[in-house]
Design a protein around this ligand. Structure first.
Ligand code: HEC
Length: 192
């Protein structure tokens, strides 16, 4: 190939790369704009459930309402959206895959180094095979004061709550948290 056409080809490829990067940035911004309003909704649902029914009485609400909000958003967008954690209460819906588990572990390392969970997020374009790709995005869910009522150290939970958790979630691992830690993450997988 002549030098000139090689230079032309390189600059075309560089331009295509840049266009792609800009596209991904736009898709990421759109993903966040769509998915992140879920978070205050879930926290708000928790708060009003606890206020209205007491901590143990709010368990059925958490069991139904937070998953329902996620389900609604999956229906609206067609993306895979879930809440994941390294220590699950509901292992069926909350168990992370390998990529998510790695990111959650990195969030924990960052929190241990003093970073605020509120600011933690990560995104990556991954291959799905067959030339298809997805954008993966994760946003940390910090342990707020209301969360420790149901996810705090076992010794701080009421007997009534412990009984309710033992009944509904015999394999519960989601206790022992303190405010300011990373409880888990919102995870989005969006086909490109
Ligand atoms: C009233 C009790 C209660 C409160 C308060 C509460 N949770 Fe939970 N949490 C639950 C229950 C019950 C589940 C299991 C829901 C299910 O079956 O899908 C759960 C599940 C989760 C999960 C999904 C992963 C898993 O472990 O199964 C995350 C993430 C989570 N909670 C984060 C939070 C955060 C963050 C807060 C505070 C904003 C919070 N929770 C407050 C009861 C509570």
């Amino acid at each position: 190939m002549k030098f000139k056409s090689l230079v032309l080809l390189c600059s075309l490829l560089a331009a295509a790369d840049l266009a792609l990067a800009q596209d991904i940035d736009a898709v990421l911004a759109d993903t966040k704009k769509t998915a992140l309003p879920l978070l205050p909704k879930v926290v708000g649902a928790m708060q009003s459930a606890v206020a209205a029914k007491g901590t143990a009485g709010a368990i059925p609400v958490c069991r139904v309402e937070a998953p329902a909000l996620l389900h609604e958003m999956r229906q609206q967008t067609g993306w895979n959206i879930k809440r994941v954690s390294l220590k699950t209460r509901n292992a069926v819906t909350g168990t992370p895959d390998a990529w998510e588990a790695k990111q959650l572990a990195l969030f924990n390392v960052r929190a241990a180094n003093g970073e605020k969970p509120e600011q933690m997020e990560v995104s990556e374009v991954v291959s799905d095979g067959d030339g298809k790709r997805s954008l993966r995005y994760m946003k940390a869910l910090p342990v707020a004061p209301v969360c420790v009522q149901c996810h705090g150290p076992a010794a701080t939970l009421s007997d009534e709550l412990k009984a309710a958790l033992a009944r509904d979630y015999p394999d519960d691992r989601a206790t022992g948290y303190h405010a300011g830690e990373v409880r888990g993450a919102l995870s989005v997988r969006r086909p490109l």
